[in-house]
Design a protein around this ligand. Structure first.
Ligand SMILES: Nc1nc2c(ncn2[C@@H]2O[C@H](COP(=O)(O)OP(=O)(O)OP(=O)(O)O)[C@@H](O)[C@H]2O)c(=O)[nH]1
Ligand SMILES: [Zn+2]
Length: 295
């Protein structure tokens, strides 16, 4: 019998595949090695089941994407961890990440970490900034409590989520908390497969809600220099929405006449810091490198 599933971990040459019938340990057919097409964590695969012998992974379906280090295939969503403090909350950093994932065509939700470390006034100012991002379509979790209350239901059937955020943002701390939420199941799986504690894995997916979360700190530094400068405008979602009303289809929202983005900016409907980020990222891409302060 052949069934479809998702590779959740790769360990000592075995691929563990989550299927509608439960977890199945498989080996990849030699043909993958010959073609240099190694199955990856996150891949949607076909498995040939054998009750008495070895289960074989016989086909890898086309990948939607493959991102992060270590890489995860078919990432459906990124949970971006932004700090309220330590390091200080930063709109330019937020815009960099959002631009990067818009370019990668992966939707993003934002989690504000360390909100417990700031006073009410600072938190209000951050919430005020983030409410703009809510208006342009991003889901925001303002605290760990809110995240843990809502995340389970946000992760759709077989979706694969991964974390991102600068070093020290709190990604590992969050992963541990989420793993504890999902804890019982993970423990059962490990036991049934009799995994040794000494085994090292690069990345693993754990079940969360109806889907999976990647067990890796994900992204911390990102490089925007491969983005084509003329396409940058499309990765600012509210600019893209407005651009149909610009006089010129090719409008870069700089000095062109009758630019709707500039009109909305002047009217206070597009946030100044977003437009500044757009200009700064244009510079960065033009120079073909990350700015010094980001290295
Ligand atoms: N008070 C408080 N401390 C936090 C929170 N989240 C993380 N921390 C602390 O912040 C520090 C950094 O957190 P990590 O989880 O290691 O951050 P990371 O994003 O995994 O960092 P890298 O591994 O460098 O990418 C740790 O000392 C955590 O205990 C939070 O919500 N509140
Ligand atoms: Zn324009």
């Amino acid at each position: 019998m052949i069934i479809n599933g998702i590779v959740i971990s790769l360990i000592a040459g075995y691929y563990d595949v989550s299927t509608p019938d439960g977890l199945v340990r498989t080996r990849a057919r030699g043909v993958f090695r010959k073609r240099n097409e190694k199955p990856q964590v996150g891949d949607s695969v076909d498995v040939q089941l054998d009750d008495h012998g070895t289960n074989y992974l016989i086909k890898v379906h086309e990948r939607k994407n493959r991102i992060g280090r270590p890489a995860v295939a078919n990432v459906s969503h990124v949970l971006l961890v932004m700090t309220a403090t330590q390091p200080e909350f930063s709109l330019p950093l937020l815009d960099r990440f959002l631009t990067f994932f818009a370019w990668q065509k992966v939707p993003v939700s934002i989690y504000l970490s360390k909100s417990d470390l700031v006073d009410a006034e600072t938190l209000n100012s951050i919430k005020n900034d983030l409410s703009y991002y809510q208006e342009i379509g991003y889901t925001i979790y303002f605290s760990k409590e809110e995240l843990e209350n809502r995340l389970m239901n946000q992760i759709g059937e077989n979706e694969i989520w991964t974390l991102a955020g600068q070093s020290g943002a709190g990604k590992s701390t969050l992963l541990n908390a989420l793993k504890t939420d999902a804890g019982q199941k993970t423990a059962e799986i490990s036991q049934s497969l009799n995994r040794g504690k000494h085994t090292t894995r690069t990345v693993q997916l754990f079940e969360y809600g109806k889907g999976f979360i990647a067990d890796t700190p994900g992204f911390s530094a990102i490089d925007l220099s491969p983005i084509k400068i003329k396409e940058l405008r499309d990765y600012f979602t509210e600019f893209k929405a407005a651009s149909n009303a610009c006089k010129f289809r090719t409008c870069q929202h700089l000095h062109e006449p009758k630019c709707e983005v500039k009109r909305l900016l002047d009217a206070g409907k597009i946030k100044n810091s977003r437009y500044e980020s757009y200009l700064n990222l244009r510079d960065e891409i033009e120079q073909g490198r990350m700015p010094e302060y980001r290295k």
